[in-house]
Design a protein around this ligand. Structure first.
Ligand code: PLP
Length: 383
């Protein structure tokens, strides 16, 4: 007789974000909590983009090519040429469901059980999750505060072994906001290329830089680097789920095929909206960037005045706040919910920033003001 058993999962425990715990606490507690834990733009989607999506929804909405609408890939290529002066053939571009699914598709192509993936710590947690879900081993390199949250190429070189398949870099960085200077990106790409390791360069915050310049890493070594772009942060389109990859030619074809098996294609409505985003005026992007800059300057100023010596992040929309020595950020974040402000604990991003919390700047200045008041009061109360 066959006994009914619950389905056997591939992994006993799937990774869940360390921010989830704080989110759940906020929802459970209810009441007045200033929400600075999530990395999501507070701005509405620019009207001309939403309109283009709505118009598309009423029109011929069918499957597109798995790699995405040729029109959109061509427009992305033009946008990259305008922005970075590098011409990319549209055949090297694949449209994805945001940066997340784009990176997952690249991992699907490259990462097997037993492989190693060299990735930053602290980092957006999904790199680690995508690695372990494929039975591969994450090998973190440090982004310590003392080094301005920048990687040390010598450390990365030491960590690369014959089992390394992918090296992840992320600039501007989540959660740190650090922007890697071009020379540093070039140095790291050269190390990976020498070792035959593919670099996945997560550039989803490339339009959100206040100090410094973005580096389009795939332009440095077209056969060794994947650059990841997204409409989520640039155009406040997180829920539209659209982004794109610039890939080495051989990998582009494979990832195009993988898209077919995984998702068929990205929502045609979202692709049409993305087309409008690239073709339309970029004024909203500049307005949002200026808003984040003001928020950054405000928060950095308030924290410094309040006795917390922090460095101003050069990009993205996060600020890392060091806690008193020995304070664990997970316990602190739980405590802070009771103090009326939700933050992301450094433990959600790895081990290196376990004594720091991340604040998101993606909310209104009045909300930030109340959040910082509460954070500072808690900080000084707890010593
Ligand atoms: N990469 C980084 C560093 C992020 O912070 C995020 C989102 O928070 C993503 C990628 C993925 O965003 P999306 O899939 O919406 O493009």
């Amino acid at each position: 007789r066959v006994t009914r058993r619950p389905p056997r999962m591939k992994m006993a425990h799937y990774p869940v974000s360390g921010i989830r715990e704080i989110l759940d606490l906020v929802l459970l507690r209810g009441g007045d909590v200033v929400r600075l834990e999530l990395g999501e733009p507070g701005y509405p989607v620019p009207a001309h983009i939403a309109d283009a999506g709505a118009l598309a929804a009423h029109g011929e909405v069918r499957y597109t090519q798995s790699a995405g609408l040729l029109e959109l890939r061509t427009e992305a290529s033009d946008a990259l040429a305008r922005r970075y002066g590098t011409v990319i053939d549209p055949s090297r571009i694949v449209i994805s469901q945001g940066g997340s699914q784009g990176i997952a598709a690249v991992f699907e192509a490259l990462v097997r059980p037993g492989d190693e993936v060299v990735l930053p710590d602290p980092a957006w947690p999904n790199y680690l999750a995508m690695t372990t879900m494929r039975g591969a081993t994450p090998v973190p390199y440090g982004l310590p505060r003392e080094r301005g949250y920048l990687p040390d190429p010598a450390e990365i070189e030491r960590l690369i072994t014959p089992a390394t398949r992918v090296l992840v870099i992320n600039s501007p960085g989540n959660p740190t906001g650090a922007v890697m200077p071009r020379a540093l990106v070039e140095q790291i790409v050269a190390i990976a290329a020498r070792a035959g390791v593919v670099v996945v360069s997560d550039e989803v915050y490339d339009e959100l830089i206040f100090d410094g310049e973005p580096t389009f890493a795939a332009a440095i070594a077209p056969d060794d680097v994947v650059s990841v772009f997204s409409f989520s942060k640039t155009y406040a389109m997180t829920g539209w789920r659209v982004g794109y990859l610039v890939l080495p030619p051989a990998l582009a074809q494979t990832v195009g095929h993988i898209q077919e098996s995984l998702i068929s294609c990205v929502s045609t409505v979202s692709q049409r909206a993305a087309l409008a985003a690239l073709r339309g005026p970029q004024t909203d992007v500049a307005v949002m960037r200026e808003g984040y800059r003001q928020a950054r300057d405000y928060v950095v100023g308030r924290l410094r005045d309040g006795g917390i010596p922090i460095d101003a992040p050069a990009g993205a929309f996060y600020v890392m706040v060091p806690l008193a020595p020995g304070v664990d950020s997970r316990a602190a974040a739980i405590d802070l919910v009771d103090a009326g402000v939700a933050v992301a604990p450094g433990t959600a991003f790895g081990r290196v920033a376990a004594d720091q919390v991340r604040l998101s700047l993606a909310t209104s200045l009045p909300q930030l003001a109340v959040g910082i008041d509460r954070l500072l009061a808690w900080y000084h109360e707890t010593g």
